[in-house]
Write a new protein. Structure first.
Length: 206
């Protein structure tokens, strides 16, 4: 299994980023994080990256007219690094990558897509919507990114039962526990060359 060079895109606290840093450190994730890009200034995720010795850059989304112009600036920082994989780890903004990045950009979403995804469904808002809907199960989804919000071929999902006494916060914590398993696993499968994409389906090879 090859060691991947990855770039991580964030917008906030960076807990998903920290999970990746920890898995790399303990030897269970064959990767090196070459850069962390944040869409917001002065967020905790940048401090986490700096503490781990990872180069960072901030590309404030508010300065750009649309997703394409924002993505172009992000890529101007990433292209010199030639990352094998780009990981959206809590990036709350839409990004539109060129074809050269097809099936090389992953996102982790805190629900079972296609349910509770799309514009406006991020962070605690997802879990509020899940509880309000009355559904009995939720979870997380790792998928390859395409040009739409929370869309693209699904790599893997993990489920969580919704309890009758759940708050959005308590549900979020249990879903995050599964996210911490799902995203490293998807990256390991990618590193091992075990993900075959056919249309909107991802086959995990043995």
């Amino acid at each position: 299994m090859k060691e991947l060079t990855i770039a991580v895109l964030i917008s906030g606290a960076g807990r998903t980023l920290q999970n990746l840093i920890d898995r790399i450190k303990d030897g269970t994730l064959p990767a090196r994080i070459a850069m962390v890009v944040s869409s917001k200034e002065k967020v905790q995720g940048l401090k986490r990256a700096e503490a781990a010795g990872i180069p960072t850059v901030t590309v404030p989304r508010r300065l750009y007219i649309d997703a394409r112009s924002f993505t172009r600036v992000v890529l101007s920082h990433l292209r010199p690094l030639k990352p094998d994989l780009v990981v959206m780890a809590g990036l709350i903004h839409r990004a539109v990558f060129p074809r050269e990045y097809d099936n090389r950009v992953m996102n982790i979403h805190p629900a079972l897509l296609p349910a509770f995804g799309g514009k406006g469904y991020y962070g605690i808002k997802v879990h509020e919507a899940v509880i309000k809907s009355g559904t009995k199960f939720t979870g997380c989804t790792v998928h390859f990114v395409d040009s739409l919000y929370d869309h693209g071929p699904i790599i893997l999902q993990r489920t969580v039962r919704v309890r009758h006494d759940d708050t959005p916060e308590s549900l979020a914590e249990r879903v995050f526990e599964q996210e911490c398993i799902a995203l490293p696993e998807a990256i390991r499968l990618f590193a091992a060359g075990k993900l075959k994409v056919t249309g909107q389906r991802v086959l995990v090879l043995k």
